[in-house]
Design a binder for this molecule. Structure first.
Ligand code: SAH
Length: 396
């Protein structure tokens, strides 16, 4: 096995159990390793600190599989890690029985570069690192064994693969997709999941608990759901007793799926739902010009800042929509505002929302601090994993 020598002092992050070894921390590679091969990570004093996957093309030159330098990194290792990750969900009272859930959340489940989401009988797998790619067969076999799923569909089409020198790959890695739409039930609402061409692996599972809270807050309220995608928040609001729900998205196919989702839930009063295909930035201004007002507004935009480099421009975009959100709220109204940008910290996000409230000249208080559901855990040693943050803020 090749040996990856760290520059003096750079062992500190590894000792803190952070799994990424950046190019700047690497002194030299002793021996030969192909992309994805396992290497021993060696401190300047000669201690073996970890075993990691070698990724020569990425700025993250290696990702740690184990902080125990003796662990064998083989098929059995991956089957065990996959089984443990699945078992953690199965024993969590809020997750057990959810037919849409994240089974493996990358670094936070000890499997850097591996995402696996379950939608009923289908598991969708996304591999984003050379190490994960090398152990693909073992990971697929582990998922089949641990879940008894009828298909593993691969959505390894994320842009980040390019940073690792990997080509995109999609298609069934095991079994076949069932005929017809794949439906999951979330908090009592049936939702269609398009695993082949939907966003991410097909659905925004991370917002499950926040959608539930939306349903609980929606009773008797006029709701505006911005960036609605396939209507997840909209349908929960209807189920919770909203008097009206206006949903906006710029994607025609997402709105078509939202309309089908409404059809999958005949228990909901479809007459209370309105859909608008529009740019949210423009629609918010138009609604303001029409002097509309709402009692509950959801802002769940796409990632405006994928990294810290985009933070400034993204901050302006967040400020803009939050300002208009506050302006459209009736007294006592609640704004549920999110950011899924890794480049915007919770502290920064709260400042942006506070700035928007003061520009809108409203007094506002935080009722709930929101984050991703517990099947998207954040490793304590990997705080970068905390990408989704939200605030439920009440005015007046
Ligand atoms: N809240 C959703 C997920 C939102 S994903 C859920 O719970 O499932 C972000 C959505 O924003 C996507 O559907 C995308 O089509 C939409 N979008 C991106 N930019 C937009 C814009 N400027 N105006 C309107 N919609 C936009």
């Amino acid at each position: 096995m090749a040996r990856l020598h760290l520059t003096p002092g750079r062992e500190r992050t590894v000792l803190r159990r952070h799994p990424w070894i950046f190019a700047g921390s690497v002194d030299r590679l002793e021996g030969r390793a192909r992309p994805g091969d396992t290497v021993d990570v060696i401190a300047a004093n000669g201690d073996v600190l970890a075993r990691a996957a070698w990724s020569p093309e990425s700025q993250i030159r290696a990702r740690v599989w184990s902080f125990d330098g003796e662990t064998a990194i083989d098929h059995a290792f991956f089957k065990r890690r996959v089984a443990e990750s699945v078992a953690r969900r199965a024993t969590h009272p809020m997750l057990a029985g959810q037919d849409g859930q994240r089974l493996i959340h990358g670094e936070s489940d000890g499997l850097p570069g591996v995402i696996a989401d379950r939608y009923g009988p289908v598991v969708v797998l996304q591999l984003t690192s050379t190490g994960a790619e090398k152990w693909r067969d073992a990971i697929v076999a582990g998922l089949v064994q641990a879940t008894g799923c009828s298909a593993v569909y691969e959505r390894s089409d994320s842009d980040v693969r390019r940073l690792e020198g990997l080509e995109p790959r999609t298609g069934c890695a095991f079994g076949e997709l069932p005929e017809g739409p794949l439906l999951i039930s979330e908090n009592g609402v049936r939702m269609e999941v398009d695993v082949v061409s939907g966003h991410k692996t097909g659905f925004y599972l991370d917002q499950r608990d926040n959608r539930k809270l939306t349903g609980e807050l929606a009773r008797g309220r006029r709701v505006l759901n911005c960036f609605c995608y396939t209507g997840g928040f909209s349908l929960q609001a209807l189920a919770g007793g909203a008097t009206s729900v206006l949903s906006i998205d710029s994607s025609g196919p997402a709105l078509a799926a939202a309309a089908r989702n409404l059809g999958h839930n005949p228990q909901l009063d479809a007459a209370r739902a309105q859909w608008r295909e529009d740019d949210v930035f423009e629609a918010l201004r138009a609604l303001r010009a029409e002097e509309r007002s709402f009692d509950l507004i959801i802002l769940d935009p796409p990632k405006f800042a994928p990294s810290a480099a985009h933070a400034e421009r993204a901050s302006r975009a967040y400020k803009d929509i939050n300002l208009f959100g506050f302006r459209l709220l009736a007294p006592g109204g609640i704004l549920m505002s999110y950011s899924c940008s890794g480049g915007i910290s919770l502290e920064m996000f709260q400042k942006i929302v506070a700035g928007a409230a003061s520009d809108a000249r409203v007094d506002a208080r935080i009722l709930h601090r929101l984050s991703a559901a517990p099947d998207h855990p954040v490793g304590l040693s990997v705080p970068e994993g905390e990408y989704l943050k939200g605030l439920a803020v009440q005015i007046g």
